[in-house]
Design a protein around this ligand. Sequence first.
Ligand SMILES: *Cc1c(COP(=O)(O)O)cnc(C)c1O
Length: 471
Amino acid sequence: MSKHDRRENLRLLPSVDAILQTATAARIRRQSGAKHLTLLARALTDALRREMLGEPSGDKNYSREELLAEAEKNLEKLWRNERNSGLRRVINATGVIVHTNLGRAPLSDEAVKALTENAARYCTLEYDLTTGERGRRGARVENLLAELTGADDALVVNNCAAAAFLVLTVLARGGEAVISRGELVEIGGDFRIPDVLEQSGARLREVGTTNRTRVSDYERAVSENTKLILRVHPSNYRIVGFTHAPALCELAELAREKDILLYEDAGSGAMFDLSRYGLTDEPVISDSIRAGADVVTFSGDKLLGGVQSGLIVGRGEVVEKIRKHPLYRALRVDKLIYAALEATLESFRREAAVQEIPVLKMLSATIEQLKTRSSGFAEKLNKNRGANKDLKIEIAEGKSVVGGGSAPTAQPATILLALEHERMSAAELEETLRFSNPPIITRILDDVVLIDLRTVSESEEAELLEILENI
Ligand SMILES: *Cc1c(COP(=O)(O)O)cnc(C)c1O
């Protein structure tokens, strides 16, 4: 293509105005606003111009109409990508229950209701209805947490990383924190215990070895500079085989004897024993308190199944000291968080958590239940899809994943729907599902797209079915 032809082609490039007058632009404008639409159209013409200038010689000649149609299509794509980059509801068909990339825990109906009906409007965040005077923010959540864990008092901050940072800053700054070498871990998302300790101004005093640490190791390390013993649950990391770590109560005894504190970062936050669901070594918070920990921290959106938050429970004077520290003010949470947590914790208190909290409901789903759901689903799909015979669905056995900092070995057996399409590769099918509305997130194994209904709620099943029927 000569320079002349190229310039000729550029002349045919649709103007920003021409793009703004298309039907696609009119539709998008209602959502994007006119100013932003102009920005998109400008970016688009620039990209088209660059593309045409960069084209190898001898390439095609365009017509004005073709270029405008191309611009319209690109505008649609640009707008879709922008909207997809924001928060969108998705159907999690991966079988990973606490899926960090998909927002960890989905909320219970009760928590959603509390968000929209209480927290989204004027509410009693710092107002006491009984006296008509100022009330304490978060008081009810703190009381619920204390009651459920057997602790004297509780406090809520942004996330468990913030909780650990706050606890160490308030209780160990300027002194030493003794920790086993086996617990100097990094937990997904850049949470590294040694870094948190350093930032808090506490000095790290490592004891024992990676696989074995005894009480006597801790005892020898305690000096007049020691402020606390730190126990960290290794979460998504395990050392197996020739290992030893002292029981929490042994560390509590040592701490009392030496007049220092015992702090446990428990991570996931199991409110009761989850071993019947395959989670055999998750510390139960009330057990840690009973064993004598002065303070325990855990996440609100892992196994607790609530919202992102860091929950601190412990002895009265210890928690009060943390509450009074200026850093707490900087890390405190919003009314939305309190509302969702309150509802979540209430489910636990009335012993309805397994029925009401989605994470626990999914975790406790039995293989028989999943088999019934999956075969019913496959049957419906086979019956309803009419002309769409290209999609093949089969039932297979597999594993779900608990995720969210729980043991990597916790993989409950599950039933999978295996999808194959006559005219699409597994990657194309996966993408098609990801671009559906709502997006469906699946996984691919051995060139087959897998759907695990364990993480799909019953209310989402109908949507999923309809999308698959119409592929
Ligand atoms: C997950 C985890 C954290 C970090 O919790 P966030 O709520 O993600 O900040 C800290 N400590 C332990 C032991 C954890 O498992």
